[in-house]
Every structure is written in structure tokens, then in C-alpha cells.
Design a protein around this ligand. Structure first.
Ligand SMILES: O=P(O)(O)O[C@H]1O[C@H](CO)[C@@H](O)[C@H]1O
Ligand SMILES: O=c1cc[nH]c(=O)[nH]1
Length: 289
């Protein structure tokens, strides 16, 4: 069945609507970053750059490093953008843009998020790296797709222990791809369970002039325990990335530079340098594996 013009939206040059990319411009190993300026911070390490494409907050550089073809794509902030980016990345490899039909053979992408995050446990140091083994979504993205429920036992434990108001979305949990995660496991990298929420201030219990509805959210997150598993950090994309990747059949892992510690009130004194360290670590692991 051919996809209608209103569903698969292509620009005049044959590129996909928001990402502005044509299928040949995308590598099958993809690094996602939130900040569009971080795209160049990753691609500056490439040996060659074939394509630089952008629209809105979605910027892509595709090139090679030590013979490995890699695309780096900015998602902007939030899981609403993750819905767009992941549907369009998938369409670029799994839909034939000429016939507007879904290809019979799935092409699987490897997707590595290089992001920033705030820790909720006092023993997770600022400037450390953390690999998210689970993404716990406080957004609703996963619920809008036909799905298998994800890691529903973990999600249920979160809902029960955090006493969220009935007005808050029901948390979902989706895991990273275990094989892909292996590549990034090292003594330098902590393993954690990451909460993704829909904002940086109230939804992460930050108070400037507005009082959050869940004043004690971070302390209940800090004391959560499910079979010895803790909740470790807060950010705004990981659970959406895991949800979309598992639904679409791709492999994903999220790596976080811990910039803030919400329990101790600290913030990194040199965020640029820790993000640069995470970028070089990630690229090294990709080319070595
Ligand atoms: O640094 P990035 O990748 O954007 O990630 C984190 O930083 C942003 C908030 O400052 C959110 O997108 C959050 O997930
Ligand atoms: O505290 C933090 C730090 C970075 N990104 C977030 O979403 N939260």
C-alpha cells in the first residue's frame, strides 16, 4: 500500500519533511545529541564529512571516522522531537521513497545518544558518565503506539513508590539494547536507570518562581528501590528513544554526561569539557567495535 502525501511527507528534493535528509545521506550508525551545536563537536573528529544538512533544530552531519560511516543528528529537547526524529530516521532506511511503500527487509540502525543529565543520587559524581540501562518515561510517547507494555513490572514499581498525582502520566519503562550497550561498558561508565520527563524545571522538581506540584519528587526518586535497583538520573529524551527504537526494531543506548547533582546541589564547573570527553569516548568505542 502506497503511503499518502499527508502521511509520508517529502520535500521537493526528495528529502524527509523535518530532518531534510535523503536516504543516501544517512549512515546506519547514528549518534543523537540534544543540542544542535553538539553536532559539529562530534563531527569535528571525523576524518571526512560527506553531508551537512539541517532544518529547525534537526541538524545532521554524516561522515567517516577510521573507515566507519557515522551520522550525528540533533534531536532538540524533548520526547515530542524524538517521535519526529525516530519516525523519520526509520523511514529513511525502511520505506522506499519512490514507491512510497514499506520495504520487505528491515534495516536495523544502531543509535547512541550522547546527552547531558542530572543525577538524583548523592553518590553519583558530577562530571561522571552514566549508561541508561532503562529509560523510565514520565512523558506519554510510548502510550500513543500499539506496544507490548515494555518493562511493565519496573514501571509499576515506579508508579507505586513515587506517589505521583492521578493527573500525571502513567510511567512506562523500556530497556536499552543489551548488545549495543556492551560496547560502551567500561570502568569509566556507571550503569543506571534514567527518568525522562517533559520539562527541566517543574517536571524535574526545580523551583525558581513556580512551586512544583510534586515538591518531594526527587527524594522519593532517590529512595526508590526495586530488587536493589535505584533510579539514578533525570533528563528529557532517553525513554522516548528506547520506546521508539524497540517499537521500530532498532538498537539504542543512551550515554549521559552527568552535569548536575540534584541531591548535593552541584553543577559541573566545566560542562563543555565533560561533554567533549564523552564524545571522544563514544567515538573511540564505536570505531573499536
Ligand atoms: O544535552 P541534551 O542532549 O540536550 O540533554 C539534556 O539537556 C537538555 C536540558 O538542558 C535536555 O534535552 C536534556 O535531556
Ligand atoms: O539536571 C539536568 C541536567 C541536564 N539535563 C536535564 O534534563 N536535567
Amino acid at each position: 500500500m502506497s503511503l499518502e502525501a499527508s502521511e509520508l511527507i517529502l520535500n521537493d528534493d526528495g528529502s524527509i519533511y523535518h530532518l531534510n535528509l535523503q536516504p543516501h545521506q544517512l549512515a546506519h550508525t547514528i549518534i543523537t545529541v540534544g543540542d544542535p551545536d553538539r553536532v559539529g563537536e562530534v563531527s569535528k573528529h571525523f576524518d571526512t564529512i560527506e553531508h551537512r544538512v539541517g532544518k529547525r533544530e534537526f541538524h545532521t552531519h554524516t561522515g567517516t571516522l577510521k573507515g566507519k560511516r557515522i551520522s550525528v543528528v540533533s534531536t532538540g529537547i524533548g520526547t515530542d522531537n524524538i517521535d519526529i526524529v525516530f519516525n523519520e530516521l526509520d523511514a529513511l532506511v525502511n520505506i522506499d521513497f519512490e514507491t512510497r511503500t514499506i520495504k520487505s527487509q528491515l534495516t536495523q540502525l544502531d543509535i547512541i545518544r550522547v546527552g547531558t543529565s542530572g543525577a538524583v543520587q548523592s553518590d553519583i559524581p558530577v562530571d561522571s558518565f552514566l549508561l541508561s540501562q532503562r529509560g523510565i518515561g514520565f512523558d506519554t510517547l510510548f502510550h500513543w503506539y500499539d506496544n507490548d507494555g515494555g518493562d511493565s513490572a519496573f514501571a509499576k514499581a515506579v508508579a507505586e513508590q513515587l506517589y505521583l498525582s492521578e493527573l500525571a502520566a502513567r510511567p512506562y519503562t523500556v530497556n536499552c539494547d543489551l548488545q549495543l550497550a556492551e560496547i560502551f561498558k567500561s570502568d569509566e561508565v556507571l550503569i543506571g536507570n534514567t527518568i525522562t520527563n517533559v520539562g527541566f524545571y517543574g517536571p524535574q522538581s526545580r523551583q525558581l518562581r513556580l512551586k512544583p506540584a510534586h515538591l518531594h519528587l526527587n527524594s522519593s526518586i532517590e529512595s526508590f528501590n526495586y530488587d536493589g535497583e535505584k533510579l539514578t538520573n533525570l533528563e528529557m529524551e532517553t525513554a522516548g528513544i528506547y520506546a521508539m527504537s524497540s517499537l521500530l526494531g532498532h538498537r539504542a543506548v543512551s550515554l549521559n554526561a552527568i552535569l548536575a547533582n540534584r541531591a548535593t546541589g552541584e553543577f559541573s564547573k566545566n560542562p563543555k569539557s565533560i561533554v567533549e570527553k564523552l564524545i571522544t569516548f563514544t567515538l573511540q568505542q564505536i570505531v573499536d567495535n
